[in-house]
Structure formats: structure tokens, C-alpha cells
Write a protein that binds this ligand. Structure first.
Ligand code: NI
Length: 157
């Protein structure tokens, strides 16, 4: 691995033992890789607590397509928020139940509001969001490419 900084961590033996057992059960080869993932998870968690932060992720829905007008309602809601949804996958799980996964990106508060709206439709059993932060390179139409500045997403057209 190139360009890394080594740090020393002081830790109580009991806590280290629990850490080692946890990372072994998860299949990590080294303490360092597990530690890096813990930091990434913490940073993602921190981003998701910021309602204005830009995130990508999924909204997973499980619903009964025979219940009322659930299909029409879900379709209407998705069209009303088409700017947040880039793709979706629909799988017929059995005679009644459908699994639908929406690929989304937007602000945390937008993804949460969309999840709540979809999840509250009668017939929807589960509506579960997964939100991830990331450093995305933004393409500008004037030809310049710049990094995202922190969590805030700006479109320039
Ligand atoms: Ni279906």
C-alpha cells in the first residue's frame, strides 16, 4: 500500500482481545485493515447524520403487489422524485410479494423523505435505506473536473 501514515494506538488488553476476536470472526487478515474499515464506517455514519450531506445508496422495498393500488402509488412517488433515482430492480419473490431496489443519490434528508414516503404506502412491508458517502469526482459542463467540497453537492449547468 502506498502513501500511508503509521500511528501507534494505546488500548486496554481486554478491549484489544475483543477487537481481535471480532476481526477474526469477520475474516480480516490484519488489525490495520479492520481499523481502517471502522474509521470509514464512522465517517459514513457521521456524514449520514448531516441532513444536507450528499450520499449515494439504495432504498430496498418489500411489498405485496395485490394490496390496493400499491403499484400505482409507488410508481407515482418514484416519478415525482425521478431526480433522486437513477435505476431500479424489481424481482417477483413469490405469487404476491415484490422486492424492489432503487439506486439513489441526493441529500440525506431527500433520501430519508423518499424512503418514508414509499415505506408508508399501504402494502409496503419494509422500506430500508442504505446511504454511503464517497469522494466523487464531479464533471462540469465547462470541461473542468473538480473534487466534491466536503459533503455539499453543487450542480453547475
Ligand atoms: Ni413483482
Amino acid at each position: 500500500m502506498d502513501n500511508v501514515t503509521r500511528i501507534g494506538v494505546s488500548i486496554e488488553p481486554d478491549l484489544l482481545q475483543m477487537y481481535d476476536e471480532m476481526i477474526e470472526s469477520k475474516g480480516y487478515k490484519t488489525r490495520s485493515e479492520a481499523f481502517r474499515d471502522l474509521i470509514r464506517d464512522a465517517l459514513t455514519h457521521n456524514t449520514v447524520e448531516d441532513a444536507e450531506a450528499a450520499v449515494c445508496g439504495t432504498i430496498t422495498l418489500l411489498y405485496n403487489h395485490n394490496k390496493g393500488d400499491v403499484k400505482d402509488k409507488l410508481m407515482d412517488i418514484q416519478h415525482n422524485h425521478h431526480h433522486l433515482i437513477s435505476s431500479s430492480v424489481h424481482v417477483h419473490m413469490d405469487l404476491e410479494r415484490c422486492l424492489e431496489v432503487l439506486i439513489v443519490s441526493g441529500k440525506v434528508r431527500e433520501i430519508m423523505a423518499l424512503t418514508d414516503e414509499l415505506g408508508s404506502v399501504r402494502g409496503v412491508q419494509n422500506g430500508v435505506p442504505v446511504m454511503l458517502s464517497g469522494e466523487f469526482t464531479e464533471h462540469h459542463h465547462d470541461g473542468k473536473v473538480t473534487e466534491h467540497e466536503g459533503a455539499h453537492h453543487h450542480h453547475h449547468h
